[in-house]
Design a protein around this ligand. Structure first.
Ligand SMILES: C[S@@+](CC[C@H](N)C(=O)[O-])C[C@H]1O[C@@H](n2cnc3c(N)ncnc32)[C@H](O)[C@@H]1O
Length: 247
C-alpha cells in the first residue's frame, strides 16, 4: 500500500524489510558492493540514493567512508537510525531525483533495482542529473539494476509469474509501450487473501547510458555484478559505473 509520506516503503514494509530481504544482507551480497564503493570513494564522501535501512551505507561507513543518504521513507530511515553506527550517517528526507545535499561527493550510488522505483523516464533522467550535480570532477555514479526480462515474455503476453506456492503467488505485469511494470503479490493467510502491487519503470542499459550522457557523465565500467565479472548477453543484472569528467 502506498503511504503519502513514505511511498511504497511505509511502516509495514520497513518493519519487515531486513528480514524479507535477508539474502541481500548476507556478507556475500554486501561485502563486494561495499568493497567496490569504498574503492571508488577513495578519501571522499559517498552519497546513497534510496539509503533505506542502511544495508550498504552502514558497513561502508564502518570502513571509514563518510556516507550521506537520501530517502523519502521516514520509516525506513528510522530503522537505519536504530542500528549501531546509525548516527554516523547523515540522511536527507526527500525524493532522490531532486533533493539536494550540501557538499561534493566522490561517489554516488543507487543499488538493488531502486532506479526502477522512479516510474517515468523524466524522473530517471532527473535522477542522473541530480547524482551528477553532487559529484566532484572525476567522481562516479554507480547503479545496480536488473536487465529487463522481456525475453521471458512471449508475444502478446503481459504477465510473468515469479513465485508460486499453495498460499502465495507473485507476478510481474509489463507494458512494453511505456516500459511501466508492476510487481504483484497475492497471499492467503488464515483463509484471508491480500493483494499488493508496486509500480516500477524498467530501463535498458543503453538507455541508462543516454541518461548519463545527458547528465554529462560517461560510461567507465559495466559488470555483471559487484565482483566485476564481465557483463554478457546472459547477464540478468548489471553494475554500471559512469564518471564525471575531471576538469
Ligand atoms: C529497495 S529499497 C533499497 C534500500 C537500500 N538501498 C538497500 O539496498 O537495501 C528502496 C529504497 O528507496 C527509497 N525510495 C524509493 N523511491 C524513492 C524516491 N523517489 N526518493 C527517495 N527515496 C526513494 C525507498 O523508500 C526505500 O528505502
Amino acid at each position: 500500500m502506498v503511504d503519502d509520506e513514505d511511498g511504497y516503503f511505509g511502516e509495514p514494509v520497513a518493519a519487515t524489510y531486513d528480514q524479507s530481504s535477508a539474502e541481500m544482507f548476507a556478507p556475500g551480497a554486501v561485502d563486494p558492493a561495499v568493497g567496490l564503493l569504498a574503492e571508488l570513494a577513495e578519501d571522499g564522501r559517498a552519497l546513497e540514493l534510496g539509503i533505506g535501512t542502511g544495508r550498504i551505507a552502514l558497513p561502508l561507513s564502518r570502513r571509514g567512508v563518510a556516507v550521506h543518504g537520501i530517502d523519502m521513507s521516514r520509516a525506513m530511515v528510522a530503522r537505519l537510525r536504530a542500528k549501531p553506527g546509525g548516527d554516523a550517517v547523515g540522511v536527507s528526507i526527500g525524493d532522490f531525483a531532486t533533493t539536494k545535499v550540501d557538499g561534493a561527493f566522490s561517489v554516488a550510488y543507487l543499488v538493488f533495482n531502486t532506479i526502477n522505483n522512479l516510474t517515468t523516464q523524466d524522473a530517471q533522467v532527473a535522477c542522473f542529473r541530480n547524482a551528477a550535480e553532487h559529484l566532484e570532477p572525476g567522481g562516479t555514479f554507480v547503479v545496480e539494476v536488473g536487465v529487463p526480462e522481456l525475453r521471458r515474455l512471449p508475444h502478446g503476453q503481459t504477465v510473468v509469474p515469479f513465485h508460486r506456492s499453495p498460499t502465495r503467488w507473485s507476478f510481474d505485469v509489463y507494458d512494453v509501450v511505456t516500459q511501466a511494470m508492476s510487481s504483484n503479490y497475492v497471499e492467503v493467510v488464515d483463509g484471508r487473501g491480500s493483494y499488493r502491487s508496486i509500480p516500477f519503470r524498467y530501463v535498458w542499459p543503453a538507455e541508462l547510458d543516454l541518461m548519463a550522457r545527458l547528465a554529462g557523465l560517461r560510461l567507465r565500467d559495466r559488470w555483471d555484478n559487484w565482483t566485476r565479472e564481465p557483463f554478457t548477453s546472459e547477464s540478468g543484472q548489471h553494475v554500471s559505473v559512469w564518471e564525471k569528467p575531471a576538469g
